[in-house]
Design a protein around this ligand. Structure first.
Ligand code: THU
Length: 131
């Protein structure tokens, strides 16, 4: 299996552990480092809905906590009619960690995007300050 296949498989596997009692919508993500390590993530919901963590950010957290990186790409999967699309917050977090290639999939199709397509003119915040 090629690396993209492995990444998708890891994302589907991570999705199995989703904690989604409120939405019943399970999401899996898998993050690939430039040296070939894979870190999975799933959505982790909370009764205080706004505290929910998306699968993408959980995968980033797992990788960062393990001291891993830099990152090559991320795969995100769910049982949807169209391949799932990351929320705005996750796009900004993917930008923070330089995840430039994004694979989105459902059970039947896979589409690929650059981060720039999903988050054009990503905020560079204080990095772009003139003072
Ligand atoms: N969710 C993700 O984990 N990733 C996405 O890209 C979209 C949404 C989660 C958050 C929440 O637990 C559930 O899906 C419903 O929005």
């Amino acid at each position: 299996m090629n690396i993209e296949g492995k990444l998708l498989e890891a994302a589907w596997q991570a999705r199995e552990n989703a904690y989604a009692p409120y939405s019943n919508f399970k999401v899996g993500a898998a993050l690939l480092t430039t040296d070939g390590l894979i870190f999975g993530g799933c959505n982790v919901e909370n009764i205080s809905y706004g505290l929910t963590n998306c699968a993408e950010r959980v995968a980033i957290g797992a990788a960062v906590a393990a001291g891993a990186g830099p990152f090559a790409e991320v795969a995100v999967v769910a049982d949807t009619t169209e391949p799932i699309s990351p929320c705005g917050a996750c796009r900004q977090v993917l930008a923070e960690f330089g995840v430039k290639s994004i694979i989105l999939a459902n059970r039947v199709s896979i589409i690929r995007f650059s981060l720039d397509e999903l988050l054009p003119r990503a905020s560079t915040g204080i990095l772009d300050s003139t003072t």
